[in-house]
Design a protein around this ligand. Sequence first.
Ligand code: PLP
Length: 349
Amino acid sequence: MDIKKFARKNVLDLNPYLSARKLGGKGEIWLNANESPFKNEYTYTDEGLNRYGECQPPSLILSYAHYAQLPPENVLTSRGADESIDLLIRTFCEPGKDAILYCPPTYGMYAISAEIAGVQRKTVPLTAQWQLDLTSIKKNLKDVKLVFVCHPNNPTGNLMHQEDLITLLNMTQGKALLILDEAYIDFCEKDTGVPLLDKYPHLVILRTLSKAFALAGLRCGFTLAHPSIIQLMLKIIAPYPIPSPVTHIACQALSKEGISRMKKQVDTLNLNRAFFQTELSKLPRSTLFDSQANFMLFQCQDTEAVFSTLWENGIILRRTPIEGLVRLSVGVLEDAKKIIELLQKKHLF
Ligand SMILES: *Cc1c(COP(=O)(O)O)cnc(C)c1O
């Protein structure tokens, strides 16, 4: 039986997302998925797993609203920020008719969620300085319902200029929603777009507990937007998207103590990033790109040999679609020291 004849064409044609996990590798030092190196402890007490939880647990919504300094009506929680990307596309884009627009090199899930939904994808590459090409975006807005901007951008690590974001908001007003993906904003919190939400009701901000909050395995994300956008997305979300243990743990992470621990860990990782940059710049002919997030891009004389030597020795980095550039998540200081020691031993200096 050829089961494929029953499948949707765009599913047959799809190149699925290659997560860091699926790419494999054996190791002890994982610097390929922008995870936090910190393992924080949580308690769990059984509150009755025989019952369904609430679709939008009020305690969780209130906790994040407090953290984001917004009223709770502006907050939606979902199974990671990834689910929010999918919800936005399915809420706002008519398959076979509407389009999304994004600016590569950037996060891969915008394209993949659109492809699965049968929604057209328009791309306007970032400039050579990895900034928004506003002229070209303006020319490509036809049929576009959602414009995705990642801020700081993954994999380049930089922020978009604030004045460009405002120009883009004015340009898209009445035409499309602007989705600002702030998965890494906790590493540079003053650059958040949250203060713009009041003036621009077509702005949508994505957040997650996966990166600075060190809870990638929890699967908990948030959408910050005008209540009318949140209400539409809630029409299509699964009835029980947030497992009750997730609510329980996420609320601990978002407590006063949880937030102050996260802020300390962010300070540490921001310092470690500078240390990683200093250490890795010892590699011959290396370039370390400045970043505002917990990862950075680099290249050196023989990037490929560095990548594979580390890979074979259990230190896992990530290749990027940008020719010759490797992405490395910031870990603990010992990780950077181990990298340099190993590469010295292998004479890659
Ligand atoms: C990690 C990441 C996400 C996904 O976050 P989850 O909450 O783990 O689904 C979204 N956007 C960007 C840019 C990311 O790097």
